[in-house]
Design a protein around this ligand. Structure first.
Ligand SMILES: Nc1ncnc2c1ncn2[C@@H]1O[C@H](COP(=O)(O)OP(=O)(O)O)[C@@H](O)[C@H]1O
Ligand SMILES: [Mg+2]
Length: 502
């Protein structure tokens, strides 16, 4: 008999989103069970039902063969089910140990036995080798350490099942490896781990069994040893993915040159970029790797002109743009911003208007002195929408009705068809489904092969490794490494990102 048995789980979000359509999930004691699926497949909904955060529309849950009602997380906890969320729920100003015992302090006598609690917390930390000091204030901890605290908290509450929803999304490769070691140790102690990820290599590294969800349905549950990444991807998206192949780059003349660039924060006056030097040539993709918040954003914003550096130079095609207005730069730079909904698109404008933005500055779309040639604009937009494979009904509809993947394609179509030699990409595939991600990556390579100079900022190391011809690592606003990704190991890059090598 399975330890936990979820059967025929349905969930309809009002008014009519069928998030789960009769899903079964069974969990054994002492197994690592992964749930994989594309964005929106229903993974989070399924585990939130098990944790009592969401009420299913129908279906039943059994634990050790007995039917249970789990109406809220504290009931789940009583049944031994714990969960670590995508967003942490710790109190930053409290110590590790205080966070862990929070909500659990009351002994039968009604007062807190802090000493005993501290001892128990320390025992858990030592037993599983978590290596965090229970007296540190949480705000001082790295993201990875905060995640550990969340896990320890669940163990302190005696979780037998530990649900981790996309835990590695916020981790570097070595932090992920460390997490996997701990997960494996937990399994060794008989815990059941539910691991959610869309990174198939991770899933194949640690799982005993894998459940694949697609569009709210369970495709299958299988033993890890019976499946490989290609087969899993196919089950997730329902068809074969073609492999992306990449030719040797043929770099030409220098298109973007950044020299001694330094930027101070408006708020704190601290240096957020320090003496950054980099170049991008025609026909190559130059990646920027780094833990988020190490200056990537300021670098991109200095190039597109929303941030003014206090020293250094930004040169595009031999034109010094360091002090140029944004409008001047937009005549030289194709730019895909990280935030497609608010910077990339005007959601309340039509698709046509979105596609023509920036293009309207070009002479070819002018009619007379000031007016826009709408007819020409329309036929350009229609052609571009087709070329870039955008699924839409009419150019008069608003991009807010499109899926995330198609919204991003609108931005990419507009920017790539501007035709300028420099392309600046900030997180071009973040949050997109697999098919759109692969599509956009392939386009990026096509643009490179067409001779564009591409600067690629991404938090996704796999993406950087797959696409970049050269890679810079940025840490604390400084370029700390310049790497050939075809020769480097992903862990070496991770070490530079974390600053554990010099
Ligand atoms: N609170 C909500 N209200 C309405 N729809 C939701 C809500 N949460 C999730 N959904 C929808 O349910 C589906 C499954 O979402 P989710 O369980 O978050 O998927 P996953 O975790 O696999 O990405 C998606 O279509 C999503 O848009
Ligand atoms: Mg999710």
């Amino acid at each position: 008999m399975a330890f936990v048995e979820m059967s025929k789980i349905y969930k309809v979000y009002p008014p009519n989103v069928v998030a789960l359509n009769g899903v079964d999930l069974s969990l054994e004691r002492g197994e690592i069970h992964s749930i994989v699926g594309e964005n929106g497949a229903g993974k989070s909904t399924l585990v939130r039902i098990l944790y009592g955060m969401i009420k299913p529309s129908s279906g039943e849950i059994k634990i050790d063969g007995e039917k249970v009602q789990i109406s809220n997380p504290s009931e789940a906890m009583k049944l031994g089910i714990g969960m670590v969320h995508q967003e942490f729920m710790l109190i930053p100003s409290f110590k590790v140990f205080e966070n862990i015992i929070l909500g659990q302090e009351r002994s039968t006598l009604g007062f807190i036995n802090r000493k005993k609690a501290a001892k128990t917390v320390q025992q858990i930390i030592d037993q599983y080798g978590f290596g965090v000091d229970s007296n540190t204030v949480v705000s001082q901890l790295s993201v990875a350490a905060q995640q550990k605290v969340e896990i320890i908290k669940q163990l302190y509450k005696k979780a037998k099942v530990l649900i981790l929803d996309e835990p590695t999304a916020v981790l570097t490769p070595q932090e992920s490896d460390e997490l996997f070691e701990q997960i494996t140790r937990l399994k060794g102690q008989g815990k059941t781990i539910v691991f959610i990820s869309h990174k198939l290599d991770e899933v194949l590294k640690i799982s005993d069994r894998i459940t694949v969800l697609r569009k709210g349905q369970r495709v299958t549950t299988l033993e890890n040893k019976d499946v490989n990444a290609i087969e899993l991807a196919k089950m997730m998206i329902g068809r074969n993915l073609s492999q992306i192949s990449k030719r040797e780059s043929q770099p030409g003349k220098e298109v973007l040159s950044i020299k001694h660039l330094s930027v101070r924060s408006n708020r704190t006056n601290k240096e957020v970029l320090s003496n950054v030097n980099l170049s991008v040539r025609a026909g190559e993709i130059v990646g920027i790797a780094g833990v988020e918040g190490n200056g990537q954003y300021e670098l991109v914003q200095s190039i597109v002109g929303t941030i003014r550096p206090y020293s250094g130079e930004i040169i595009v095609n031999d034109t010094d743009l360091t002090q140029a207005p944004i409008r001047e730069r937009r005549k030289l730079i194709c730019y895909v911003p990280q935030d497609r909904k608010y910077s990339g698109l005007a959601l309340k404008a039509t698709m046509l208007e979105n596609m023509i933005m920036t293009h309207h500055l070009k002479d070819e779309f002018k009619k007379g002195l000031l007016a826009l040639d709408w007819k020409k604009a329309y036929s350009y937009a229609k052609q571009a929408a087709e070329q870039f494979d955008i699924l839409y009904r009419s150019l008069d509809e608003k991009p807010e009705v499109l899926s995330g993947g198609n919204q991003q394609k609108v931005v990419v179509a507009r920017e790539f068809s501007l035709g300028y030699t420099l392309i600046v990409l900030d997180q071009p595939t973040r949050g997109l489904d697999i098919a759109s991600t692969e599509y956009i990556r392939r386009l990026i390579l096509q643009m490179r092969d067409a001779g564009k100079a591409i600067l690629l900022v991404s938090a996704d190391l796999d993406e950087l490794m797959q696409l970049s011809d050269r890679l810079y690592v940025i840490k604390d606003g400084k370029i700390v490494a310049h790497i050939d990704p075809s020769k480097a190991d992903i862990h070496t890059i991770g070490n530079y990102m974390l600053g554990v090598v010099n």
